[in-house]
Design a protein around this ligand. Structure first.
Ligand code: NAP
Length: 278
């Protein structure tokens, strides 16, 4: 089965399951394995790669650069600018540094990593200039709560936002109350980071029970659950068996009994909660 895609507002079709890179590029001894894991993921159709200038101080972007060398056109590349670089000039300079590390002339989707002190209008202006210059294909945001999203919508050019990348998994369901419905209503796809809670979720007894009954693994079930409502998931895996396991999440069908058991173990929110971040 090919990996299903979802359409961003700009019309780009992106795979619903991608690959994260946080903590890659921190140790040279692991570099070859990390590059190999990303390439395996690309071979399996996980062609959206998420990285950031923050990760390993640019080291993760260098790992990605090596992984996509010679196959750039088959990749949808996402990177992020740090809030303290997100001024009109700082954003452009940060993007150019990222492009050098990534060994490419274009980032497909460039995100504001989280909200800092720079007004949205300034960062959006920089994103638009980068688009005009062909250095980025589109832009988006990360870690914005509903009030931030409303403010962005009222910012000139703010309707160009392509995604809000936020923390979402079975143990972090707060966005279901307000942010997820708001983004759906506005047509802004949500991208879930830390979809297996950095591995901590995978030992939960209820998740294991559901996985056993479905003949799947806890990670497959956790990812299938994130994907169930049209959310994009970007698990990070540097072990090849994890990459294959994550790809297999696309074959899992969660039945009503599984969803009900997961709801009992990980209850949905009943009131607004502050947006959580990692
Ligand atoms: N925008 C933001 O503020 C933000 C914040 C956090 C993360 N992110 C992005 O989202 C990506 C994913 O989040 P994350 O890295 O924090 O956490 P994650 O994807 O939930 O978990 C990654 C951890 O889970 C392990 N793992 C992955 N697949 C597994 C499987 N099938 N079975 C068992 N263990 C498995 C990985 O091990 P191995 O590596 O050993 O395979 C790694 O230790 C990041 O890498 C980053 O690109 C963005």
């Amino acid at each position: 089965m090919s990996v299903p895609t979802t359409l961003l507002p700009c019309g780009a079709a992106v795979p619903v399951l991608g690959q994260g890179t946080w903590y890659m590029g921190e140790d040279r001894r692991r570099r070859a394995a990390e590059v190999a894991a990303l390439r395996l993921g690309l071979d399996l159709g996980l062609t959206l790669i998420d990285t950031a200038e923050m990760y390993a101080d640019g080291g993760a972007e260098e790992v990605v650069g090596e992984a996509i060398a010679g196959r750039r056109d088959g990749v949808f590349l996402v990177s992020k600018v740090l809030p303290h670089n997100a001024s009109r000039r700082g954003t452009v300079a940060a993007c150019e540094r990222s492009l050098r590390r990534l060994g490419t002339d274009r980032i497909d989707l460039y995100l504001l990593h989280w909200r800092g002190g720079t007004p949205f209008a300034e960062t959006v202006e920089a994103f638009e200039a980068l688009m005009r210059d062909g250095k980025i294909g589109s832009w988006g945001v990360s870690n914005l709560d509903p009030a931030d999203m409303e403010e962005l919508a009222d910012t000139p050019g703010g309707d160009g936002v392509q995604t809000n990348q936020v923390l979402y998994n079975l143990t972090r369901r707060g966005i279901e109350y307000d942010l997820l419905p708001l983004c759906r209503q506005r047509g802004v796809p949500v991208m879930a980071y830390s979809p297996v809670e950095q591995g901590r979720l995978l030992h939960h007894p209820a998740l294991r029970r559901v996985a056993d009954r479905l003949g799947a693994t806890p990670a497959r079930v956790a990812l299938a659950w994130v994907l169930r409502g049209g959310v994009i998931a970007i698990p990070k895996a540097s072990a090849p068996e994890h990459v294959r396991d994550n790809r297999a999440a696309l074959d899992v069908r969660l039945d009503d009994a599984a969803l009900a058991e997961l709801d009992r173990a990980f209850p949905p929110p009943t009131r607004p909660r502050p947006l959580e971040m990692l």
